[in-house]
Design a protein around this ligand. Structure first.
Ligand SMILES: Nc1nc2c(c(=O)[nH]1)N[C@H]1C(S)=C(S)[C@@H](COP(=O)(O)O)O[C@H]1N2
Ligand SMILES: [Mo]
Length: 396
């Protein structure tokens, strides 16, 4: 049986190794140093898992194991991956960023050029707009990894794009920029120039080290709070223009088909959303009594201002404690003390962001958008705790 909180397989202890006896691992030298550290071999369960919805490994995605992560930062090896054409192998000295179109001074930058600019480091979440898409009609994902795991958070380091826009002299009439990746998909999206001035980062590092290959090594565009798809990896080109470029990814995909059969285009911002990660689907509570409910909340519109938690399917709510510092467009950890009586309970969390936006129920989302929508599913998640302690995904 797997432990609920760590990723180890439970095993009965050997009485001879328990205190005050001296266990074997104290009777010999430990293992030597290693050049690059890895998690304990006992944490085998803490891995990304692939989706079973796509037929190929090259255009696919896998999920971050949110049920095992503490705090708010995603370890680099566990950042979710979304690949439209696999991970390109790019040597940083071969990589170039071309900036062209409606600019006075088009420019080609090397990684060296880029890393000479003044840099910043900021914590931001990244969420695929397809996160939670299986949950519109009925509960499908067996645990929070499958329901919410296209979500990660890192400290991103790079160059605020504004500095470079100044240098190339962007035409004031340029309102859109095309961002293009150097993978075989040449993934490209149109981005409002205003966002590039505001807080976009040309990111080359993630949690202190250079980006991982699947996160865009050596360079990605980071658009805080915008849907994952627009955060172009292996960024090779920014082209400025006066209209959206209407790329494949923003016409055939990443639009919202509404109730009336019309598609809503350019849904950039990831709306406020939260989910309880402990206890969550597939866990088994061992005994009634004290449990600390804990989870994550985030908003593409700024800071999380409040999270409420219900243990009775939304009839009554209690305010959770937010772990500070609460940062803008970043995962925020919330916690609430809970005495579980041993009776069945349905757990929910509902967040509010600094704009006053309240996370909707799934019913409210469906009333507004019908069942044609795929992306931007931010409805309230319910976990049912049965009398025997088993936790499962339900629609309450
Ligand atoms: N060049 C390129 N950029 C890309 C993609 C891609 O396949 N190629 N996938 C996009 C999608 S759909 C998402 S959700 C995010 C995922 O980023 P991650 O793999 O670092 O989690 O990258 C986006 N940027
Ligand atoms: Mo995505």
């Amino acid at each position: 049986m797997l432990n609920n909180r760590g990723g180890w397989e439970e095993q009965p202890p050997n009485p001879a190794d328990l205190p005050p006896n001296v266990p074997p691992w104290m009777q010999e030298q430990g293992r030597p140093l290693t050049p690059y550290g890895h998690p304990s071999p006992y944490e085998k369960a803490v891995v990304r898992v692939p989706t079973n919805l796509t037929p190929t490994e090259l255009s696919s995605w896998n999920f971050t194991p949110l049920q095992y992560l503490q705090g708010t930062v995603t370890p680099n090896g566990l950042h979710f991956e979304r690949l439209h054409a696999g991970v390109p192998d790019i040597h940083p000295s071969q990589h170039r960023l071309l900036i062209e179109g409606m600019v006075k001074r088009p420019i080609v930058l090397t990684m060296d050029d880029l890393m000479r600019y003044p840099s910043v480091s900021r914590f931001h979440f990244l969420e695929c707009s397809g996160n939670t898409l299986t949950e519109w009609r009925k509960p499908v994902g067996k645990n929070v990894q499958y329901t919410h795991g296209l979500l990660s958070c890192a400290e991103w380091t790079g160059v605020p794009l504004a500095a470079i826009l100044d240098e190339v002299g962007v035409d004031p009439k340029a309102t859109w920029a095309l961002a293009e990746g150097a993978d075989a998909a040449a993934m490209d999206r149109s981005i409002p120039v205003q966002k590039l001035w505001e807080d976009a980062i040309l990111a080359y590092a993630q949690n202190g080290e250079m980006l991982r290959p699947s996160q865009g090594y050596p360079l990605r565009l980071l658009l805080p709070g915008y849907e994952g798809n627009m955060n172009i990896k292996w960024l090779r080109r920014l082209k400025f223009g006066s209209a959206p470029f209407e790329t494949y990814e923003e016409t055939a995909y990443y639009t919202e088909l509404m109730k009336n059969g019309k598609a809503r285009q350019f849904n950039f911002i990831m709306e406020a959303k939260s989910v309880i990660t402990y206890p969550s689907g597939d866990m088994k509570l061992q005994q009634p009594g004290y449990h600390q409910i804990s989870g994550l909340a985030w908003s593409g519109n700024g800071r999380i201002s409040r999270v409420d938690v219900s243990t009775d399917a939304g009839r009554t709510w209690r305010q959770a404690v937010l772990q500070g510092p609460v940062q803008s467009r970043c995962l925020t950890r919330f916690r609430l003390d809970w005495q579980w009586s041993g009776a069945p309970a349905t757990l929910q969390s509902r967040c509010v962001d600094e704009t006053g936006y309240v996370q909707p129920t799934i019913d409210q989302l469906v009333a507004a958008r019908g069942y044609n929508s795929v992306y931007h599913m931010n409805g309230i998640q319910s976990w049912k705790v049965a009398a025997n302690g088993e936790v499962s995904n339900v629609h309450a």
